[in-house]
Design a protein around this ligand. Sequence first.
Ligand code: NAD
Length: 485
Amino acid sequence: MTVQAVLDEVRERPGAGDVIPIFDPSTEEQITEFTDCGVDAVNDAVARAKASAESGTWSGLPDDERAKILWRVGDLIDQNAALLAELEMLNGGMYPAQAEMQVKIGAEWFRYYAGWCTKIDGIARDVTTGGLTGVTSHMHAYTLREPYGVVGLIFPWNGPVFNFCAKLAPALAAGCNSVVKPAEETPLSAHVLMRILAEAGVPDGVANMVNGYGHTVGAAITAHPDVEKVAFTGSTEVGRAIVHASAGSNLNKVTLELGGKSPVLIFDDAKLKKAIPASAFGTFVHSGQACVCGSRILVQRTVYDQVVEGMAAVANAMKMGGPKEEGVMSGPLISQKQLTRVLGYLEQGRSDGAEIVTGGHRLDRKGYFVHPTVVTNLDPDTSRLFQEEIFGPVVTILPFDDEDEAVALANNSTYGLAATVWTKDLGRSHRLAKRLAAGTVGLNCAFPYDHSMPFGGYKQSGWGHESGKAGIEGYLQTKIVWAQM
Ligand code: NAD
């Protein structure tokens, strides 16, 4: 399949709502469009998934058969890697190495969860109990791990292939049927991935994609009485709306992977040659549009000036550009909306008296590019730049004097997705791993990640976990069976 064929097929998908234009964010040119599928199409998709759940087409398949199909999905992603990477670059603004890496990880999600299909099990116990009646009896008890019938899978634009695979792989491994909604900004790679699922042997009706806006299609999924579970990745604001929808409909279960404003603590004994470039990469990568970006840097006062200078130097040296340009290290923001939002934050910071050390402006060229920006002189209690998730290439840097002050500043946030500590003091690093209110803590490393380890947020950064064993657990319910012996 060619990129042009994908653009044409997406344009021709039937719909019932608004026509939504799709852009190349590095040129601002419209590349295709699609029609919001509307609520009736969501109802049809849920009905197909429910019929599939009731027939047991997927959950009733022998575990090793499901595993083979998922493994094939991984292999087909590899075989289509060039096309998928091209779409991530064109539609998602990624540079080549980044797009290729995301696709590679996507394939690995499926191979990792293929292995779990044959390892879903419960517990069994012989129990002698008085129960609630007080009459002693001998029982055999065991648990069954059963997939949810229909799950809603909703995800954002900042890693279209990654997010699709992170949700579909464990949901399919568990035996769930799904209604899948990619972000309205980036529907292209999901279109190819759905074809790959079919080609690998995932039966009709098991995974059903719907396309459209969040307030139309997304909201219809979350409010649907037959959707038993919603797994969502996106902003905290929409996560809250999804919880409200669950409370207002059928109390469907919810897993949330939400926003972050992650602190990076740099102590004066840290290897600054490593800590500075890693922290710069960890916040400016993908123009700051990654949930785990370390966007609040906290530096021990003795090395504060050196770190601010170093971060500004990396920011200034960072080559921004479109995927076809030479030597690009970071791409554009995803949309005009995101550009307006990021520039609005910078304007607000300026009027609050923040010091923009470097950046703070749009690049003088086509595309939604903002110069990597370093900001200091902020009030941590009142500054929106320090407190809110900007989702742009903007890092705030503040000084601290000692460990207690560093922890207080780091934990001064409603978010708790990730944190990083740079120090050579082994005791301090492990002490801080316990004191920091974050779902992931990196000690002397930025962006730690592997499929085999769980990932999830503290505080308003999420509910539940994805990835690892915890990832498949999120798609399974537990039934307890008691047998009188
Ligand atoms: P978003 O919350 O605006 O949208 C995410 C998805 O939800 C989209 O598909 C959107 O159409 C849909 N949606 C919007 N309103 C909805 C509603 N009322 N009901 C149901 N669905 C609705 O997020 P975004 O702007 O696309 O992505 C950026 C956000 O995602 C950032 O906050 C980022 O931190 C977060 N994110 C978190 C993780 C994580 O693992 N914690 C990973 C990636 C991105």
